[in-house]
Structures are given as C-alpha cells and as structure tokens.
Design a binder for this molecule. Structure first.
Ligand code: ADP
Ligand code: MG
Length: 686
C-alpha cells in the first residue's frame, strides 16, 4: 500500500464505508493516515457515585435498581434506569436502545461511563457507555484515539481501518539525515505515525506529535525559502504618487483615521512611491480597521492608472468587500471600476468579468481564489492585496503576484503573532501594526457561563433584537453526529426558534451550504432581514455587520482562545454596546480558567500569550487555534519552540547545501516535491 492506494483496498472497508470516508475528505490511504485523532480518551479508574463530578466524564460501577422504565415520545425510545452504589444514586437515560431493557437486569452490577450532569438535585448520565467490570479494567489507563467522524461512521471503524493501513503501508525510507534526527530529538516517521494513532503512553504520543509538527513546519519553511530569495528587493515597476482622490476620500469617510491607521497608510504611500516594490504585512487586531487601509492603497493604485486586486479567503467575505466598496464608490464618486469574481458565478458571468479584467475596463478586482485561475489575465496588475492572509497558502499569494509583473504586495492579518515568529513565518515581508481600535468603540462586555444560563441568554438576545440589534449564535458542528455531546447548527436553530418569540427572524449558516446560498444568507443578515444568525465558525473571519451586538458561543470549551477572540471580533464593530456570551458545557477548573482570560481582556495579543502559558503541548489535536496558519497538527503558539527549531534546521540545511544536491539530503529533496502538493492543500478554505 502507498499513499495513493484507494481506501477500498483496506480489509473491511467496502463501498459504503469508503463513501463515508469520502465525506471526511479521505480518499486514499495517505489521507487516512493523515486523519490524526482529534484527541485521546483515557478510560480512567472508576469512581464512586459520591465522587463523580458534574460536568466531567466519569466511570461508575453501580447496581441497577428495579426494572428500567421505557417510554416512547414520537420516534424516540427513552429508557430510564436508576442505579446506585454504596455512596449514592444516579439516573441513567438511554435513547433508542430498547434492547438494553433486557440486558440491564435488576440487581445486576455494570460499569457506566459518561458525562455526569444534574437535573435538579438528581445526578444523571445520558447515553453512557456500558461495560462489564473485566472489560473495562482491560482498557483502563490506555490512550484511545478519538477521530473526527461523520454520521454512520464509528470511531471503532476508523480505528480498525487505521490499524490495517499502518500494517500494510510501505513506508519510504526515513528522509531526514541522521544529524537532524538526533539534534532535534525526532522519532522516525514510521514510529511517529504509529504512536500518533495508537500511543501507549501520553509521553510517547507527545514525542510522536513533535515529529509530525516538526515535519510540517520544516516543509513549510523550506518551501517558503525555495520559492523566493528573500534578500533581493524587487525594483518598483509601478511607481505611484498620491493624488487628490485619496486625500478627498479620507476627508469624506464618516470617521477620521486612527493614529495607527494614519501611520500605516503613510508607510504604504512611502513604499509604493519608493524605488523598491512594496512587500508589506499589516497586522491589526479584529476590528482595528484594516479594510479602509486596503481600500486607500487600491484607490491610489487606480488613480495612477493601474489595476489592483483584493483577494479574500471566503466568498462571503469577498462579496462583503465588494458591496462596501461599491457603496463607497457610488456615494463618494470614487474612480473605482470594480468587478467581483467568485467561484459560484455562472460561466457567462465569469467570461464577462475576465473580459473586463483583460481589457483594463475594470481597475479593481475583488474575489476569492477565482482571481488566480489560469483564465484570468490582468491588463496591468500593480497591487495585490490579500485579506486574512493566514487563510491562504503562501503559494496562492505567490500565484496572484505572478499574475502581474512584480506588483506591490499588501497582506492583512488579524492573527496576533509575536514579532519573532512573524519574522520566521513572513520572512519576506515588512511588518506594520495597527495597534489601536477606533475611538468610538465601547469595550465588549463578556461573560463565561454554564448551560443553565441559556434561557437568560435567550431573553437577553430577544431584548437586544427588540431594540433593533442583531445577534450571532455559534455552534461547533453542522449537524448531529460528528462529535458527541456538542451542539449543532441545524438542530440548534430549531431549538432557538421554539425558544425565541416568533417575530424574531432566525436563519442558519454553515460551510456545507452552497456558496451562493451562503452569500445570500449573509446578505440577508447584513440587510437586517435576519435578526439572529446561527452559524459554525464560517463567520469567523472578516465579517462586518456593525449592527450586531450579541455573540453567543455554545461549547466554547471546544475552541481555541484565539479563535474565540476572532468570533468575538464580529461584534463591537459599531457604536452600540456589544456583548459576548461564552457558554461552556464543561465546568472543570482548567476550562474555566482558560475562558476567564477572554473575560478579562479584549486584547488579541494578550490573549494569545496567556493562552500559550496555559496550554501545555498536551491539547494537541483537539483544540486548534485555527484561524491562523492552516497547519494540520502544528500550532504556531504552542509549538513556537518547534517552529524555531525547524527554522534553524532549514537555515542550516540551505547554508550547507542550497541546491539540496548532497546525497544525504536526497530524502529531503524527494519530500519537497511531495510537499508542493501538500502546499496547495494548505490553501483549502472553508
Ligand atoms: P478589520 O481590521 O477587522 O478588518 P474592518 O476594517 O472591517 O476591521 O473595520 C471594522 C469597522 O470599523 C468597519 O465598519 C469600519 O468601517 C470601521 N472603521 C474603520 N476605521 C475606523 C475609524 N478610524 N473610526 C471608526 N470606525 C472605523
Ligand atoms: Mg477584516
């Protein structure tokens, strides 16, 4: 077996399972092996019922009291079972498992494992797993991988397929030379992969993970260096000077630029007018006002008779940029002739736009990856702006740049990256920072609460809506099934419709909808035809609807702090007081401590650094700081040390063998070729 072998060649994987795998983007054995566990479950020692803590997953060994009580509500069969041990009692509820009625004998002892919750004064578990004591003891204290799943595919099935794949996979020869392996304490790839999926101990898993993270960073940085010689400054092929257009625009917009915005705008003007080509990154926290700076740069470009392009990672965001620039253009009679280019447009629409781009009729092109398709030929592309840069692969930015002849480059990111890391990750860019928020902003009011607060939160949302405001509610998953015990958008929307007054318009949004539908819903929300939007994190980046004042996040414990901060950034974008409600369904100390950081601060840089302190490298595949670089395993914050090591290794390698011609580096050279494919993948968007 190699990475291209279809999954159907794995023993036990038929057409049906293959279809399910496909839903998870797993087509071949390579994809499967890279489907790393989301996290690991440890079957801990059983506790007595008195010791069981509400909000935690526990195992109890208890006796069944009386005959289980079964009832049917519509098509749901509910089985209630009372159990007790010497220390206390508990009520268990099973759904659609009628056969258990015969299995659970009154007076019999069983081991039940599940999330302990409370209903009034009663301790309950819903849908616990059932074991005999011997069965459970065999598995106690071992790490068990938990994979991202889809409806119909069990964790068990993924584990089985994974074991087979690991056994029959023909691993390449180790590709690092021994010096690198030794110097950085790397496990051989084969062992690392085994130990990632089926570690025996926690330590073993950590070492395995380090290898995978190192690989990812090493490959990323090597490609970055190979793609571009960063020491050469390109000559400015499109020298620009400031015209009355930008001056007038700055005076016309209904707010004045902050000091930080003015400074960055000055840096950009200097760059574009200088002898060299601009290569600049604007870092600014969510809501700091990066868009207006981009528009100014694009306006200066258009005023000098050139074309500019603005690329966003999602259609929703591209459309939003287009709409707001259109509005500015109409209102202030700007010289923009903008076009929108996104994947969901019809072939005919696209052709018309291509034409306008090629002839130069359009001087501003706004869109998604559609901007870098082969068919798009620019007339005089002089400025390339990428918004939310971290969502793109470097390769994609480069492709857009290659569409012109050394155009100026401006990239924007809300990711708070410490300077040392930024230099590694964006080695070729100058960095500008917008380090203040517009003055009209009221600080967002935050609260971190448990699920019992939900009804109050709904009341609060209803009140805000009654006052003309709008709200977001975020759930971690699209529909039931992928994760256990987690709210999903589709069902949640139903629940919310029942809980809120009928006059409130509620809609939902998630990544699996067709792009055109997503755009439509976002437009409706922006136009305030929708009051409450239930969504996954698709709205995490860039969305700007300043009338929204409430952000409620369900299962907040599932998200990285940086991601929660991005989500929070969707409110507090206008003059109204805004609120953020983080609902946590886990109440253990660490979760609460982590979420309290958000409660204390609205500052992205501070949050990222605190998060780093609290999170050991233990939370690895589970919580992701997504919203930053789309690394699969690595996390630039928690793995900052590994990132630095990888950077050092790449540097050393290229100093000694810049062409990778030495025989000991042959493995790396081979790997690099495969990485180019992987790079494309990095650019995957929502
Ligand atoms: P981000 O930096 O997150 O991309 P945006 O550029 O979308 O933020 O700006 C957020 C909101 O703030 C927008 O509605 C924008 O018009 C507004 N804004 C930008 N700059 C200022 C400013 N100096 N004063 C007041 N509002 C501003
Ligand atoms: Mg933005």
């Amino acid at each position: 077996m190699n990475r291209y072998t279809p999954v159907t060649e794995i023993k036990g994987v038929g057409e049906k399972t293959a279809k399910l795998f496909q839903k998870l983007n797993i087509n071949n054995v390579g994809d499967l092996l890279a489907h790393y566990p989301r996290d690991y479950e440890i079957y801990e020692e059983p506790v007595s019922i008195a010791e069981a803590k509400i909000g935690e997953v526990c195992a109890v060994y208890a006796r069944v009291l009386g005959i289980p009580n079964q009832k049917k509500i519509r098509n749901l069969v509910i089985l209630n079972v009372n159990v007790r041990d010497d220390s206390g009692a508990m009520q268990l509820t099973f759904f659609n498992m009628p056969f258990l009625k015969k299995v659970l004998m009154p007076g019999g002892y069983y081991l039940f494992r599940g999330l302990v919750q409370s209903r009034g004064a009663t301790m309950i578990m819903e849908q616990p797993k059932l074991f005999s004591l011997e069965e459970y003891q065999k598995q106690t204290n071992r790490l068990r991988p938990r994979y991202a799943l889809t409806k119909g595919l069990t964790n068990q099935a993924v584990q089985k397929a994974m074991k087979q794949a690991l056994t029959f996979y023909a691993f390449d020869k180790e590709y690092y030379p021994p010096e690198i392996m030794q110097k950085y304490g790397l496990l051989p790839y084969k062992e690392a992969l085994h130990a990632t999926h089926f570690p025996v101990t926690y330590e073993e898993m950590l070492t395995a993970r380090k290898r995978l993270v190192f690989d990812e960073f090493f490959g990323f940085l090597l490609l970055l260096r190979k793609n571009k010689d960063m020491t050469v400054q390109m000559e400015n092929g499109y020298p620009m000077f400031e015209t009355a257009d930008t001056v007038r625009f700055v005076e016309q917009i209904p707010f004045s630029l902050t000091k930080a915005q003015k400074k960055v705008w000055q840096e950009i003007r200097d760059d574009m007018g200088s002898a060299g080509c601009m290569n600049r990154l604007i870092q600014g926290d969510v809501g700091s006002g990066k868009t207006i700076i981009a528009i100014l740069a694009l306006l200066m470009c258009a005023a000098n008779g050139y074309q500019g392009a603005l690329m966003a990672p999602t259609e929703v965001l591209a459309v939003q940029h287009y709409e707001s620039i259109m509005e500015y253009t109409r209102k202030f009679h700007l010289i923009f002739k903008p076009v929108l280019l996104v994947g969901s447009m019809t072939a005919k629409e696209k052709r018309e736009v291509y034409e306008k781009i090629a002839t130069g009729e359009a001087n501003l092109i706004i869109g998604t990856h559609a901007l870098i398709q082969d068919k798009v030929k620019y007339q005089a592309l002089a400025l390339v702006v990428t918004d939310e840069q971290h969502r793109f692969g470097v390769r994609q930015r480069e492709t857009l740049v290659e569409k012109g002849e050394n155009p100026h480059v401006l990239v924007m990111s809300a990711t708070p990256i410490p300077r040392t890391l930024a230099i590694i990750l964006y080695g070729d860019l100058h960095i500008s920072v917008i380090d203040e928020l517009p003055a009209n902003r009221l600080p967002i009011k935050n609260c971190v609460v448990n699920t019992s607060y939900r009804d109050k939160a709904y009341e609060f949302i209803a009140k805000e809506v009654a006052q003309g405001r709008q709200a977001y509610v975020i759930c971690p998953q699209v529909e039931e099934g992928e994760l256990e015990d987690v709210e999903n958008v589709v069902e949640y929307t139903e629940k919310l419709r029942a809980a809120l007054p009928a006059s409130i318009q509620i809609a939902y949004l998630h990544g699996k909808l067709r792009p055109a539908d997503k755009n439509k819903i976002m437009e409706e929300f922006a136009a305030h035809n929708i009051d409450v939007l239930v969504s996954t994190t698709v709205i995490e980046v860039g969305i700007n609807v300043p009338n929204s004042t409430v952000m409620m996040v369900e299962n907040a414990e599932r998200f990285g702090l940086a991601q929660l901060h991005q989500l929070r950034g969707r409110v507090g974008r206008g003059e109204h007081q805004s609120y953020c409600i983080f609902i946590s369904s886990k109440e253990n100390k660490e979760t609460m401590e982590r979420l309290q950081i958000l409660n204390k601060s609205n500052d992205g840089f501070f949050i990222a650094s605190e998060d780093l302190k609290l999170r050991g490298p233990g939370d690895m595949f589970g919580i992701r700081q997504s919203g930053e670089f789309a690394f699969r395993v690595g996390d630039i914050y928690t793995d900052a040390t590994i990132l630095q090591q990888a950077a050092e290794a790449v540097e050393q390698l290229l100093v000694e063998d810049s062409g990778l011609e030495k025989s000991e580096n042959e493995g790396i050279r081979r790997q690099l070729q495969q990485l180019s494919v992987w790079q494309e993948e990095l650019g995957r968007t929502l």
